[in-house]
Design a protein around this ligand. Structure first.
Ligand code: FNR
Length: 342
């Protein structure tokens, strides 16, 4: 099966089979405050991840890269949406463009359509320093996302089977690149043990990429004759992953992602300690089903609603929202209890 067909399959299956709301946000409740002493007009949604300042805590997370008309069209639309809404944008994996020079132009156009905005380059943890430098240069990128997607690779019939040495390669990227490295999962979540290892090698930003939204096991299983369905329910939910990772004091910035679709999901992620939130599958679905303008309108609604939620909980900034009181219940509470997270 050629690569272009695989990417189109990913988009199709992500929209039709991959989207779930099993991320655990229903287990998180804000504690109502009758005297918040705030005004909607006075709330600021600017945030910082590592050394980067973002005008919104919402960004468009990495999706399918260059090569082929359909994926190219989606990339360009996402770049225009990011530009119009002032969002940071992560591109999909650039490895194929590094290996096939003629694909580079489809990435360079992303920078042209989002000239002043924040753009994150993207490669897997197999990337060498040289490849990562090329990926950053291709986009004049502001950060380098390195994805960890072990389960996706295992379920993918043509996927990778070698995962050793990733931490050492990431360490080299942290040392050699001039932009910050963001290590991200793609829907299986991260534990605090994983994040501790990343912290020790100097990674400044992690994206937990939790279970509960886009499900790459389900997506890849659709492309197999003998399914590995035991991986369909594998992973750490976005809520429990965020709670684990932010419970241990570290200088790392944490991004919440995995099934985020609403302003309340964004607000709850921040209250769990995230500094920003990435949305991928949901934006893709709105884009493909309803078009570019619909995504722009959706982002405007998300921003307005987020400010209302912040006002209700008495937070005037993202930093204050991080400390808004929440109560955890259900499976998330039990998971965190067993894992010894306060
Ligand atoms: C992705 N994702 C992804 N991530 C990455 O680091 N590099 C990539 O090339 C891709 N490609 C990709 C294609 C498609 C079609 C989708 C839907 C997603 C994963 C994405 O960035 C994110 O981590 C997960 O999708 C979980 O977030 P959502 O979709 O639940 O918001």
């Amino acid at each position: 099966m050629n690569r272009e067909k695989r990417k189109i399959d990913h988009i199709h299956h992500a929209i039709h089979t991959g989207q779930h709301r099993l991320h655990g946000f229903e287990d998180v409740r804000f504690v109502h405050n009758s005297l918040p002493d705030t005004n909607v007009d006075g709330t600021q949604i600017e945030t910082k991840i590592g050394e980067l300042t973002l005008s919104s805590p919402i960004f468009i997370n990495a999706m399918t890269g260059g090569g082929g008309k359909e994926t190219e069209h989606i990339n360009h639309a996402l770049a225009e949406i990011a530009n119009e809404c002032g969002l940071a944008l992560a591109v999909g994996s650039q490895m194929s463009a590094i290996k096939n020079k003629e694909e580079e132009s489809t990435y360079r156009i992303v920078r042209k359509r989002h000239p002043q905005g924040k753009i994150f380059a993207n490669l897997g943890s197999e990337a060498t320093v040289d490849q990562a430098k090329k990926a950053v240069d291709m986009l004049e990128a502001d950060a380098m996302q390195v994805h960890l997607n072990i389960i996706q690779e295992l379920v993918m019939p043509e996927g990778d089977r070698h995962f050793s040495g990733a931490l050492r390669r990431i360490e080299a990227l942290v040392k050699e690149l001039e932009v910050p490295v963001i290590v991200k999962e793609v829907g299986y979540g991260m534990t605090r043990e994983t994040v501790k290892k990343l912290d020790e090698i100097g990674v400044p930003i992690v994206d937990v990429g939790g279970y509960g939204g886009t499900n790459f096991s389900r997506i890849e299983n659709k492309r197999r004759t003998r399914e590995l369905s035991f991986f369909d329910e594998w992973g750490i939910t976005t809520v429990t992953s965020l709670a684990e990772v932010t419970s241990s004091a570290s200088r790392l910035s944490v991004i919440g992602s995995g099934g985020i679709q609403t302003s309340l999901d964004v607000a709850k992620s921040i209250a769990l300690g995230a500094s920003a939130t990435g949305m991928a599958g949901y934006f893709l679905k709105v884009l493909v089903d309803e078009g570019q303008e619909a995504v722009i309108e959706e982002v405007e609604h998300l921003h307005k609603e987020l400010k209302m939620i912040m006002t209700a909980v008495g937070a005037t900034s993202v930093e204050e929202l991080k400390h808004a009181p929440i109560v955890l219940s259900g499976d998330s509470y039990h998971w965190l209890n067993q894992r010894g997270v306060d």
